[in-house]
Design a binder for this molecule. Structure first.
Ligand SMILES: [Zn+2]
Length: 398
C-alpha cells in the first residue's frame, strides 16, 4: 500500500478483534489489546461499534481472586446472523440452519438418491430442504445471510461451477446459480471436504492450528489443506484431490475413469464393492457397517481388504506428511467407523515410510463421524464470507 487506507485499516482491526473474540469465546478488552497488538483506545472504540451493531455483547462474571469485583468480558452474539449449510451426497441431501457460532438451530436429512438425476431436480430438493429448515428454526429467508453448499467433485469455487461430480455426470453445472435463483440470498459452493476443513478450522480440531490436513473417507476420499492458516484450494480451486492420486498404475478402476487411484482401494464404495464379491452379495444392498461387522467376526478375506486399504492409505498419507509436515491430520467421514481395521495398518505403514523427524511432529486425529458435521461445515463456508478479513481482498494483481 503506497498510501495507508484508513478505512481499510479500520476494517482489518475490526476483523482481528471479532475473530479473536470468536476464537476465545469470551475475553476482556485488556486481553484483546494484548492479543491483537492494538491500543486500548482502539479496542474500546471498535468493541463499542461491534456492541452497537449487536455482533458482540458484554457479560459480567465474578472474579474469583478479587472478592466482590466483577470482570466484564466480551462474547460473540450467536444470533447476530444465521446461515444455511447444505451437503449433497449420493443418497442424501442434508440442510442445516446455524447461528454465528455454527451451532445448529434446525436440520433435516432428505434421503434421496441424487445420482444421475437432472441437476434442476437436485436444486428443487435443496429448495424444499432449505425452506423447511428455515421455518423450523423459526426464521424467515430474509433473516438468512448466506447459503453454503458442499458437494463432492471438482468445483470451481470462484465461479460456483461443478466441473465434475459423481451425481449428475454433466460438465460445468452452474450449481450456485441454480440455488441462487431459488433464494434471494448469497450462495457459495465448495468441495465438501473443504467445507469440513473449514468447520474444523473454525470450531473443531483445527482451531488455533496453522498447518493441518483433513482427510474425509466416504464414498470417495476427499481432503482439505490448511497452510499458514489459509485453506489452500489451488490455482482453479480444485486442489487436494487426494483420492485421485494414482498409487498403483493400471490398478483397480476408479469412478473418475483412471486406474489405480487411492480411493479405488480405500473409499467406502470400493471396500463395499470388493466385499460384495467376497460375500457374494448384491453391492447395492450391502452396507459399510455390515462389511466392518464381517471383518470383526473373523472373515479373514474381508479383514485383508481393510488391511490393504490401510496400507494404501498409509502410503498416500506418508507422502502428504513429507510434503506438508502438518501439525495434525484429521480423519473424518463415515469411513472412520472401520477403526483399527483400517487405521492400525495405516499407522504401521506411516512409521516405516515417513522420515521419523517429520512424522514425530504430526498428530493423527481420528474423529468420530457425525452426520451434522458436513452441513455445519457447509454453513461455515457462508460464515467465513461474513467474517471475511478485508486483507483477502487486497491481494496485489500482477
Ligand atoms: Zn480416480
Amino acid at each position: 500500500m503506497a498510501v495507508a487506507d484508513r478505512d481499510l485499516i479500520k476494517k482489518i482491526n475490526q476483523f482481528n478483534i471479532l475473530n479473536t473474540i470468536r476464537g476465545k469465546k469470551s475475553i476482556s478488552r485488556i486481553e484483546l489489546a494484548q492479543i491483537t497488538g492494538q491500543s486500548r483506545a482502539s479496542v474500546t472504540n471498535i468493541t463499542a461499534r461491534l456492541i452497537e451493531n449487536d455482533l458482540i455483547y458484554e457479560k459480567e462474571i465474578k472474579n474469583s481472586n478479587q472478592r466482590g469485583r466483577k470482570r466484564v468480558l466480551l462474547a460473540l452474539n450467536a444470533d447476530a446472523a444465521y446461515v444455511v449449510g447444505i451437503k449433497v451426497s449420493a443418497f442424501m441431501i442434508s440442510c442445516a440452519v446455524t447461528d454465528m457460532q455454527a451451532d445448529i438451530r434446525s436440520s433435516v436429512d432428505l434421503p434421496v438418491r441424487t445420482s444421475n438425476k437432472p441437476v434442476e431436480f437436485v436444486a428443487d430438493l435443496i429448495e424444499e430442504g432449505v425452506s423447511y429448515c428455515i421455518s423450523q428454526a423459526g426464521l424467515t429467508p430474509s433473516m438468512i445471510s448466506g447459503i453454503g453448499t458442499g458437494i463432492p467433485g471438482l468445483i470451481d469455487r470462484k465461479k460456483g461451477i461443478n466441473h465434475w461430480t459423481l451425481f449428475y455426470q454433466k460438465d460445468n453445472v452452474p450449481l450456485r446459480e441454480l440455488i441462487q435463483e431459488r433464494f434471494d440470498i448469497p450462495v457459495w459452493v465448495e468441495n465438501d471436504a473443504n467445507t469440513v476443513t473449514l468447520a474444523h478450522q473454525w470450531f473443531g480440531h483445527g482451531r488455533g492450528i496453522d498447518n493441518f490436513l483433513v482427510v474425509t473417507i466416504e464414498d470417495g476420499v476427499g481432503m482439505g489443506i490448511v497452510v499458514n492458516g489459509q485453506l489452500y484450494t489451488g490455482e482453479k480451486g480444485m486442489a487436494a484431490e487426494f483420492g485421485h492420486v494414482v498409487v498403483k498404475p493400471m490398478g483397480n478402476p476408479c469412478r473418475c475413469g483412471k486406474k489405480g487411484c487411492l480411493e479405488a482401494y480405500t473409499s467406502n464404495f470400493s471396500i463395499i464393492s470388493q466385499a460384495a464379491d467376497i460375500l457374494e452379495k448384491d453391492r447395492t444392498l450391502l452396507k459399510y457397517e455390515q462389511v466392518i461387522d464381517a471383518a470383526n467376526k473373523g472373515n479373514t478375506k474381508i479383514k485383508k481388504l481393510f488391511t490393504h486399504a490401510g496400507e494404501i492409505m498409509g502410503l498416500g498419507i506418508s507422502g502428504l506428511i513429507q510434503i506438508f509436515s502438518p501439525k495434525r491430520i484429521i480423519f473424518s467421514g463415515r469411513g472412520v467407523e472401520s477403526g483399527d481395521l483400517l487405521f492400525n495398518p495405516m499407522k504401521k505403514q506411516l512409521k516405516s515410510l515417513t522420515n521419523k523427524e517429520v512424522f514425530q511432529n504430526c498428530e493423527i486425529v481420528i474423529q468420530k463421524f457425525c452426520d451434522t458435521d458436513w452441513a455445519r461445515g457447509a454453513a461455515s463456508l457462508a460464515l467465513q464470507e461474513l467474517y471475511k478479513s478485508p486483507i483477502d481482498r487486497i491481494v496485489p494483481k500482477i
